[in-house]
Ligand binder design. Structure first.
Ligand code: SF4
Length: 509
């Protein structure tokens, strides 16, 4: 079965913004403060996210009356009606409003229609919080709302000369919205602001494109919670396009699916599905590693073979790294660690070392926007004290700006496996700890990152060269004669295929 990523997919700006606000709030609590942070309804519709927020002390309630007076309450991404805001103010609650700006825009449109004395038809499911919030706006402005499929029939039947305002739940099926607006317009005069949000439309259109290109017999796997409206819509869109549809909210659910008979499978995810679940699913489907580490060797030889300066080789190598990072994203590989500059490399001629440091600084500065746009977290491992203050400040600024992202590029600079072990041992000794494998691990440069599953080395050398000595104890290795600047997507896929075919027993039977 050919497995393809459908782009775009996954978390939208509105959901990311709501989660970021909630995490900020949890972080800002004074140390030792265990008082719950209340959230009215699910912050976003995803069990994985909700579970993690519960672990951080969030408590989810369905009614504002359940929040104790004076407590902090977060309004979810789906918004609340004005009546809830008023009650929160009466009860003296501290409100953190995580309503998505697109949802807030629909509220404003519905209210504006009602304030002009128009009746309003709200296209969407009557139950979700988002629709209740929109209806609340209409009613607060003294208007009348028709909701859902019944609402469309009622609004049509009512007729009349006065125009009908039409708005839509942001996560509707965009085709369905167009059909409903056309149906209403045939029955009476309408003024419409009914549009699904851009993120919803883009994800639905991507599924339509995939189904058109894949032809009959294609399958679409939609990852996300059953409670998520936009996840359900993606499944509906795929079904409308004639695809065989599969859904899963977690890896256990995924492992129960039977894909037999599907030749080509497109994978997408709802706007509230965490990317780490998407990547986990891709790894499951394709048997790809979670963490790939690369010894990027051969820049100098590549340049020499072409009569170019070594610096040209390093620049070409930097371009290869950009491509490899993209390939990792497309294949669901969450961590990519690359060996960029070893502790031994300081012995190279000063001009080359200076050129390399300048290249790092330039790359990190010019690529900052790409890291953020592609939601990639940048991290450095190595001896930070060896870097110039200027380079270190660029490194640390990029680390701060990208720390919330799940995919990671970890660059080893002034790094040595032995140096890391010595540094970790000294840190443990300084804390008076008895050293065990577990306590020792906590002092590694990136202790939360899982060990690499696969280490690739280019340029024909078959050595470890002091790279991730502790972490690679059980890694699989793959070597190629290709020089790093020439490392191609086909080489990368060969490494992954070799990995997928291996039986990793890790010392077991
Ligand atoms: S799906 Fe659209 S409306 Fe909903 S949170 Fe995301 S951007 Fe906002």
């Amino acid at each position: 079965m050919q497995v393809e990523v459908i782009e775009p997919h996954g978390m939208c700006a509105g959901v990311n913004g709501a989660i970021a606000r909630a995490l900020e709030l949890a972080k800002s609590r004074p140390a030792g403060d265990r008082s719950p942070i209340y959230c009215l309804h699910e912050l976003v519709h995803n069990e994985i996210v909700i579970g993690e927020l519960k672990d951080l002390g969030f408590r989810f309630v369905d009614r504002i009356g359940e929040v104790p007076r004076g407590a902090t309450v977060v309004f979810s991404a789906h918004g609340v009606p004005p009546q809830v805001r008023e009650e929160a103010a009466r009860r003296g609650l501290k409100v953190v409003d995580a309503t998505c700006p697109f949802v807030a825009r629909v509220h404003r449109s519905a209210r504006a229609f009602a304030e002009k004395g128009m009746e309003v038809c709200v296209l969407g499911d009557p139950a979700p919080a988002e629709v209740r919030g929109i209806v609340g706006e209409v009613e607060d402005a003294g208007g009348r709302a028709f909701v859902g499929p019944h609402g469309v029939s009622a609004a049509k039947a009512k007729g009349g000369a006065a125009p009908l305002g039409v708005v839509a739940q942001t996560t509707m099926n965009s085709d369905e919205v167009e059909r409903a607006v056309a149906e209403l317009a045939r029955a009476r005069r309408v003024k419409t602001m009914a549009k699904v949000c851009g993120a919803t439309k883009d994800r639905q259109d991507a599924v339509r494109r995939f189904c058109r290109g894949a032809g009959p017999g294609a399958g679409v796997l939609v990852l996300g919670s059953k409670t998520s409206s936009n996840t359900r819509r993606l499944a509906e869109v795929a079904e409308d396009c004639g695809a065989k549809v599969f859904t899963a909210g977690d890896v256990e659910g995924l492992s129960r699916l039977d894909f037999s008979g599907v030749g080509r499978l497109g994978v997408t995810s709802g706007a509230s599905t965490p990317e780490r679940f998407f990547m986990e699913a891709m790894r499951f489907l394709r048997r790809v590693p979670e963490h790939v580490a690369i010894i990027m060797d051969g820049n100098g030889r590549w340049a020499k073979a072409r009569g170019k300066a070594r610096s040209e080789g390093h620049r070409a190598g930097a371009k290869t790294l950009e491509r490899v990072l993209d390939w990792c994203g497309e294949r669901g590989i969450r961590y990519l660690t690359v060996y960029a500059f070893s502790t031994e490399n300081w012995k190279r001629p000063k001009a080359e070392v200076d050129g390399l440091m300048a290249l790092f600084a330039r790359m990190l500065k010019t690529k900052e926007r790409d890291f953020v746009a592609n939601r990639v977290r940048f991290r450095m491992v190595g001896r930070r004290g060896d870097l110039s203050p200027k380079l270190l400040s660029i490194v640390e600024s990029l680390e701060r700006k990208t720390e919330a992202f799940e995919r990671q590029l970890i660059v080893a600079i002034s790094y040595g496996g032995r140096a890391e072990i010595v540094d970790a041992a000294n840190a443990a000794v300084a804390r008076g700890e008895q050293v065990t494998e577990e306590t020792f691990r906590r002092h590694l440069y990136a202790p939360d990152v899982p060990d690499p599953d696969l280490v690739i080395r280019t340029s024909g050398e078959c050595r470890v060269s002091n790279f991730l000595l502790w972490e690679s104890a059980y890694s699989e290795y793959w070597f190629t004669d290709t020089l790093w600047p020439d490392f191609s997507e086909a080489d990368f896929d060969r490494a992954l295929e070799s990995y997928a075919a291996r039986d990793r027993r890790r010392g077991g039977a």
